[in-house]
Design a protein around this ligand. Sequence first.
Ligand SMILES: Cc1ncc(COP(=O)(O)O)c(C=O)c1O
Length: 362
Amino acid sequence: LIDCSNNFTALVHGHAEPHIVAAAEKAMRAGTCFSLPNRYELEHAQELLKRFPALDQVRYTNSGTEAVMTAIRIARAYTGRERCIMVRDSYHGTADIALTTGDRWVRRGIPEGVLQDVAIVELNDAAGLRDTIERDAGSYAALILDLLPSGAGLVPVQSAFVQTARDLATRYGIVLILDEVISFRLGLHGLSGEYKVNADLITLGKVIGGGFPVGAVVGREPLMRELDPTSPKGLLHGGTFVANPVTMAAGLASVRLLTETAITRLNGLGDDLRSDLSTRLRSSNWEVRGRGSLLRPVPAGGATADKRLQWGLWWAAYDRGILLTQHNDIVLSTPMDKPVVDEVADQVANAVTAVSSRAGTG
Ligand SMILES: Cc1ncc(COP(=O)(O)O)c(C=O)c1O
């Protein structure tokens, strides 16, 4: 089976990468957690700050979900406001507030008060974003964006939308949170670096843990000061396993291996695969979304394949030796090369032909 899920994009270096295994093993032999800071945590944070030179401090969590929760709490404490703005169908983890972007089934179990705290805007609708903010600018603590929202169909965010978001956030004192839990792998300075947009807070996860559970908030000092544990006002934040040495050592190795050269090569493989697969799927009336090392085949024009078609394609690919994510994403990893990617193209094209002829979409 060729793993094109790579644990929902986290395993950017695939499984059991030798440097990561060695780093985790060395850390584990010295003790797995101590309820104290450790040197790997400091080195990891220094590495992240090299990637985000406009930001000043890092705080670790155990997951991307917790990173988003923490970023929102920082924004609320800093601004003294409560409401947030998010993009419809963007996925930011499973905290109540993050799930407000979903449909009525996703929103089940979420208290009415939480739903009312969030304004949902449409992806790439800059005028709608402006209207929403200007109707009640003083009520918003944070605007949260993912620059390649997987839940919204892996559709790229337009630069004009991002620029409008940045300008409005600055003008009205709203904290701009860029959620790079997935997209960090796409550029040396994350996807925000590719867009040349500065966030106030960035949330991370996945690849920065080297295959172990992780999350992080990276931010500007005035905001991160809200977490200052030496201040009586400091927000309560912690976690038994947060920034444990094994995760930090493995994650540090993973981030260091994700050099500019590695990222460029991996994105190039992805771009070639996208163009090859797009050509081959055209006769079935499918297209391939995504950017760089992240791809998603979908029926042309649809936001995403419907659930039955998604499961059908997942199984058809699995039967042909390819493991996709449940949304049918093809996620590349650095050990892959042209022959592997060609095999992925062959088998995914066969799988799409099989399901689209069965479903009558081709
Ligand atoms: C953009 C984004 N934010 C947040 C999360 C949540 O991260 P985690 O699964 O580590 O809680 C995810 C997970 O896929 C994500 O894609």
